[in-house]
Design a binder for this molecule. Structure first.
Ligand SMILES: NC(=O)c1ccc[n+]([C@@H]2O[C@H](COP(=O)([O-])OP(=O)(O)OC[C@H]3O[C@@H](n4cnc5c(N)ncnc54)[C@H](O)[C@@H]3O)[C@@H](O)[C@H]2O)c1
Length: 254
């Protein structure tokens, strides 16, 4: 499987350095970034090509992996899917715009392409998907991050946001993809609280779900990526697992 990457930052670096040395049937062949130097650096590390021409990259791969920004999804996803290429999208907040969601779902359907949204920085999505249509009454997310991760200069614990996921992704587009992922998994605008906490050094996500099935709570305490403290290591690891699953015969826990 030939892959092209959009966005050569923290997530792309972790994925590339993990996938490239292994014999796993995945070739990360092209690297695209608005900062060409970043694309060149990662391409030379991986023995791939820094793409100057986006269309040429899409023509020469089976799948495009987006790890850039919600704006890049809005701009590039329609072009990729119109060419019938599958996508993995990390900037999942872009899908909280319902018009955009339906537009690109339609383009993908018409061209036989699939859009994969990895579980990212949280655990528990398998359970949320399973109960979504079976009496799920309440889902909420509490995210707790350090001031550095949230890009704030604050010395005390403070609730930065309390409201719906659709609003959270507008106010924190690069920080709260998990809220979008949970909302899309259960097809409802979930309740979100974002807390900045100078006492934590991890990105912590607590999910609570209640309904006819009972109740579950998950807590994920992620180490931030050194290259980008907004991003958790687990987000990159979930994309690596997803990429590898395409070549597996038996897929567990998907
Ligand atoms: N799904 C999840 O759970 C999850 C978790 C963490 C991060 N993310 C998202 O994944 C994305 C990447 O995260 P990261 O930590 O690697 O970010 P990063 O800032 O380290 O790297 C992003 C790279 O993309 C490039 N870029 C940005 N916009 C672009 C565009 N329009 N065209 C081409 N290149 C562009 C930047 O130059 C940069 O090199 C972000 O949108 C982030 O919010 C998702």
């Amino acid at each position: 499987m030939k892959v092209g990457i959009i966005g050569c930052g923290a997530i792309a670096n972790i994925i590339t350095t993990s996938i490239v040395p292994e014999d796993n049937g995945i070739e990360i062949a092209y690297f695209f970034d608005k900062d060409i130097e970043r694309a060149e650096n990662l391409a030379s590390l991986a023995g791939g090509v820094a793409a100057l021409n986006f269309d040429e990259m899409v023509d020469n791969v089976d799948l495009v992996l987006e790890c850039a920004s919600p704006d890049s999804v809005r701009h590039f996803a329609p072009k990729v899917l119109a060419k019938g290429r599958d996508m993995i999208v990390m900037s999942i907040g872009a899908f909280m715009d319902f018009d955009f969601y339906t537009e690109i779902e339609e383009i993908a359907k018409q061209n036989g392409a699939k859009i994969h949204l990895p579980s990212g920085a949280i655990v528990g999505l398998d359970g949320i998907r399973a109960v979504a249509k079976f009496g799920l009454e309440e889902v909420s997310l509490v995210t707790r991050k350090s001031p550095k991760s949230l890009g704030r200069d604050i010395n005390e614990i403070e609730v930065l946001f309390e409201g719906k996921a659709s609003q959270a992704v507008k106010e924190f587009p690069l920080n709260i993809n998990v809220a979008a992922t949970i909302s899309l998994a259960c097809q409802r605008d979930i309740d979100v609280k974002i807390i900045v906490d100078p006492n934590v050094d991890r990105n912590v996500h607590e999910i609570t779900a209640r309904g006819d099935f009972g109740e579950f709570k998950t807590t994920t305490m992620n180490y931030p990526c050194a290259a980008n403290p907004k991003t958790s290591m687990l987000a990159a690891l979930s994309a690596i697992r997803l990429l590898k699953s395409f070549n597996e015969t038996i897929c567990v826990g998907m």
